[in-house]
Design a protein around this ligand. Structure first.
Ligand SMILES: [Cu+2]
Length: 166
């Protein structure tokens, strides 16, 4: 009986924390060259709550699939890896940015053009779904800080299809 009461109390405590604890800002998607089959999106997710949350999925109607990716350094080469989740720490934030974690749009139905807006749904383990419009921004007119130079990144983007198994 005591265990049951504690469980009920824990659930009641957990529910009010839903959704309102996450704030998204600075979202953008890198415009893609004509031949590109994939594009990358970036966003900062702030967690004002007291529990860690996790970005566990993303969806959009511009590509066949949407994955969560990170970059790892393999010797001197940056490579992308699919990840199951991106943690948004309590009282902190997850910064999806060039050279780091990102949302990957795979098998684009059309190139992502500067000035477009893509409706993206981010799905979180605790907060549920957050919908946002991510503006498409041309490479070279980026507001967000770059952690890789353009040359490296473009090379990386071109290599990508060979590295990725769908
Ligand atoms: Cu990627």
């Amino acid at each position: 009986m005591k265990t049951l009461l504690l469980t009920v109390a824990a659930l009641a405590f957990a529910f009010p924390a839903l959704a309102a604890d996450l704030e998204v800002s600075g979202a953008f998607i890198r415009a893609t060259p004509k031949a590109a089959s994939a594009g990358a999106g970036f966003v900062t997710i702030k967690n004002t709550g007291k529990q860690d949350d996790k970005l566990i999925a993303a969806s959009a109607n511009v590509s066949k699939s949407v994955e969560l990716h990170t970059h790892i350094k393999d010797g001197e080469i940056m490579r992308m890896r699919k990840v199951d989740a991106i943690t948004v720490p309590a009282g902190g934030s997850a910064e999806l940015k060039p050279g780091g974690d990102h949302v990957m749009f795979i098998d684009l139905s059309a190139p992502l053009k500067d000035g477009d807006k893509v409706a993206v749904t981010l799905k979180f383990e605790k907060a549920g779904e957050i919908k946002l419009d991510m503006p498409v921004v041309a490479v070279g007119s980026m507001a967000a800080p770059m952690t890789m130079d353009h040359g490296q990144h473009m090379q990386h983007m071109q290599q990508m299809p060979a590295n990725m198994k769908h």
